[in-house]
Design a protein around this ligand. Structure first.
Ligand SMILES: [Zn+2]
Length: 708
């Protein structure tokens, strides 16, 4: 019985991209079959030495393949391109059309009547044979089938190839073992002549697609081989010639003795087109590559074989059209396959890896020591989703930070979108969207893999009285803010009022979080990090500084040294020169990045004096500054240092301890004064009020960070 070596499908990943494009842009929900172009790629047998290069040479077979690529759709519609495809490797590549059936659901894919699909294509092949079309265009003998379901949400491609073969029952048989071509020919020169003739034929026939008829006349004086098209069968086999007629095909099989799958339908062609033939020689031509100018020494390398086949006459077939050909999967079961391309095709993943690559380039080229994961893994809480919040969020995103939470109680107003790059005009109509959530959803539009959330929340403020009806709401807001502070690693203070920074500053100090604060003047800014309260920070004594960097409110007491300052910097200003917010936000985020790359993190000391100039030598980016102050007037920028004050209304141990003991009641008292920005209770608590009354004494007690 004649057995055949089947095909394996090879799908280039770009083909699936092509299928996704085809479905989205042309087919959509249409499930009619479309023609695609594939190509047969011959199998190969390689000699491999086993046992660590000492064992005997063994032949390892790479199976014959049908390959489809991204251009499967375009080539199928263009005869010129088909010829070009063929001519790239004449005689080696055999291009064929196939039929794609793309289903819309996985159920449809599973339920598809695969038997009927195969039979119908087999019947088409038979029609093409009987009508003579296949004789003119033998490619019609080998349409392939591809049934698919493309899950474009998950980038899963379920697919099943079939190579429809009209089978003979009873089967065709071989009368003897296959003969290697080198033994079949009478002399070596006949072999080289065969290779030459084949090469000439395949190049001369632009439509050559793998079949031929050959006549071998070993006794002829010179030209012993003739190769022609299938249409020449009668001529070649006619009694006018001596020599033997041979049916030939480019055999993709890499099996030593079995011919490849295309022979099945070629024998069907012979059976129906030439019913008088009951026996034929078949040349399984496997040396097309050798004929490409490598004819010398070909004899030893030749893989072609010659079969003697007994053809079952059509009249004896038990069934006219039996078809087989669904591809088996990797475990040899008749089952579909699934390709998961989510890691290579999902645009969200592509965006993620593109961002990661961008950051990695920094590591590869400029800062090999940088710990990108330390930055990217930082969970950032942004109190304030206005101009500063928007710029800080963008810069954090560019650093790879994934977890970003906005806190804001406002709505997007008409004036916001031009200055605040997370909002658009549409966000500001109809009263405006809540800012925090609008900012978060904007971030997700910019980068879908960001874990951005918005929390609509009014930050409780000292000095703002709390009406009885609002107590519970304020209590809930304070609790929610504290929970948010606990759940994040870094807190950015980006609101436009002093009072709204107080509670998050205090909570950041209480929970020992890294706090970064940005404040703007009309044409000046300060960007600073708050010192983290360390375990031994128990200086609750009289007025003075404690050994850590100050917070935004410490500046009230211990004015940072800046001899060049010509105005009060901490003034809150919502009317600012537009360039100042992105500058200050960028510096704040870089201050964070520098701090996170320092071995001591948030406990890193700030460079002072000479160190300030070069940033010190510790940490990938040097020592992180404490405060950066900048002015557009004169374009000056300074890194300065201010120590924490034991009198600070926000971070001093007394305040922290009072909150620890009394919780929300303490906040109520802090807000009870009902005099905006007065802080009288806090000032009394911390001794600041006393301090104000004794200014002279205070000045003696305060250690300035730099010489005045
Ligand atoms: Zn402080």
């Amino acid at each position: 019985v004649l057995r055949f070596e089947t095909f394996s499908s090879t799908v280039e990943p770009e083909f699936w991209a092509g299928l996704a494009h085809h479905k989205l842009h042309s087919a959509q929900l249409d499930t009619k079959r479309t023609t695609i172009r594939g190509e047969f790629v011959g199998g190969r047998r390689h000699a491999v030495r086993g046992n660590g290069q000492t064992g005997p040479l063994q032949k390892v077979a790479v199976p014959a393949r049908l390959r489809v690529k991204q251009d499967a759709w375009t080539i199928a519609e263009n005869d010129t391109q088909k010829q070009q495809q063929q001519q790239q490797q004449p005689g080696v590549l055999v291009g064929v059309d196939g039929y794609l059936h793309n289903t819309n659901t996985v159920e449809e894919f599973k339920r598809y009547d695969k038997g009927e699909l195969l039979r119908s294509v087999g019947a088409e092949v038979l029609d093409a044979i009987r009508s003579g079309k296949a004789t003119q265009k033998p490619e019609l003998l080998w349409p392939f089938l591809l049934l698919t379901f493309a899950d474009l949400k998950k980038y899963l491609f379920h697919h099943w190839f079939a190579f429809p073969a009209v089978t003979a029952d009873p089967p065709d048989t071989v009368t003897e073992v296959p003969v290697p071509i080198s033994k079949f020919v009478a002399r070596d020169t006949d072999l080289t002549q065969l290779l030459d003739e084949f090469a000439a034929f395949s190049i001369a026939n632009a439509d050559f697609c793998g079949t031929f008829v050959a006549r071998y006349s070993p006794d002829a004086p010179e030209k012993r081989w003739y190769i022609g098209a299938l249409t020449e069968w009668d001529e070649v086999c006619g009694s006018a010639h001596d020599g033997m007629a041979i049916l030939g095909f480019v055999d993709p099989s890499s099996h030593a003795t079995r011919p490849g799958w295309p022979l099945r339908n070629l024998l069907t062609w012979l059976r129906h087109q030439h019913p008088e033939v009951s026996q034929t020689r078949v040349l399984c031509f496997r040396d097309a590559a050798l004929s490409q100018g490598k004819v010398s020494a070909a004899a030893q390398k030749c893989e072609s074989i010659v079969l003697q086949v007994n053809v079952t006459p059509a009249v004896l077939l038990t069934a006219e059209c039996r078809v087989s050909g669904w591809e088996r999967d990797a475990t040899q079961r008749l089952a579909p396959r699934t390709v998961d391309l989510s890691s290579t095709m999902d645009p969200e993943r592509l965006a993620t890896s593109a961002l990661d690559l961008n950051l990695q380039l920094m590591r590869w080229r400029l800062a090999p020591e940088i710990d990108l994961a330390r930055i990217a893994g930082t969970r950032a809480l942004l109190v304030g989703a206005g101009t500063l919040g928007a710029y800080v969020a963008r810069a954090l995103l560019a650093w790879g930070v994934r977890k970003i939470t906005f806190v804001d109680n406002g709505r997007v107003s008409f004036s916001n979108p031009p200055r605040q790059p997370l909002y658009e005009f549409a966000d500001s109509v109809d009263g405006g969207k809540p800012k925090a959530e609008a900012a978060a959803s904007s971030m997700r539009r910019i980068f879908p893999r960001v874990d951005a959330h918005g929390v609509q929340l009014s930050v409780p403020m000292p000095g703002h009285g709390v009406a009885a009806a609002e107590v519970e709401g304020t209590r809930a807001a304070a609790a929610q803010l504290e929970k948010l502070v606990v759940e994040h690693d870094v807190v950015f203070l980006l609101t436009d009022s002093r009072e709204s920074r107080w509670l998050p500053t205090m909570l950041g100090a209480l929970h020992r979080k890294l706090v970064l604060c940005v404040a703007l003047g009309f044409d000046s800014f300060v960007a600073m990090r708050h010192g983290i309260v360390s375990d031994h920070d128990s200086n609750t004594g009289g007025p003075g500084t404690v050994e850590r960097l100050g917070c935004y409110f410490c500046n009230d007491v211990v004015a940072p040294t800046d001899s060049l300052a010509d105005r009060t910097l901490d003034q809150q200003c919502t009317v600012t020169r537009p360039g100042i917010a992105p500058i200050a936000s960028g510096i704040a985020v870089e201050l964070l990045a520098t701090t996170l790359q320092h071995p001591l993190g948030g406990l890193a000391p700030a460079p002072v004096g000479g160190d300030a100039a070069d940033g010190g030598n510790e940490g990938v980016f040097g020592a992180p500054a404490h405060q950066v102050r900048g002015y557009l007037t004169g374009f000056r920028q300074h890194a300065i240092v201010g120590q924490a004050s034991s009198l600070c209304t926000a971070c001093s141990p007394r305040v922290i301890e009072a909150y620890r003991q009394h919780g929300f009641d303490f906040l109520l008292r802090a807000g009870a004064a009902n005099v905006p920005a007065n802080y009288s209770y806090l000032e009394t608590l911390t001794g600041l009020a006393e301090l104000h009354r004794q200014t002279d004494r205070m000045l003696e007690d305060i250690e300035w960070s730099e010489d005045e």
